[in-house]
Write a protein that binds this ligand. Structure first.
Ligand SMILES: [Zn+2]
Length: 63
């Protein structure tokens, strides 16, 4: 009970209101260390913000 009380009660609420968890990744394009707000999947490229925008625009206009 003590354990549960410690985690349930204390400071600042639920799963959604806390600070967003960030994951350290390396950009598949430029190789820069960056962070993403989702858990990167194995085998999938992850991009830093700049490259993400770049690729997003690129695939949109190219195909
Ligand atoms: Zn990048």
């Amino acid at each position: 009970m003590g354990f549960d009380d410690k985690f349930g009660g204390g400071r600042g609420g639920g799963y959604n209101s806390g600070p967003r968890q960030m994951f350290d990744v390396t950009c598949s394009d430029c190789g820069k260390a960056t962070q993403v707000p989702f858990k990167p999947m194995e085998g999938r490229p992850v991009y830093c913000r700049d490259c993400y925008m770049k690729h997003k625009g690129d695939s949109g206009s190219r195909y």
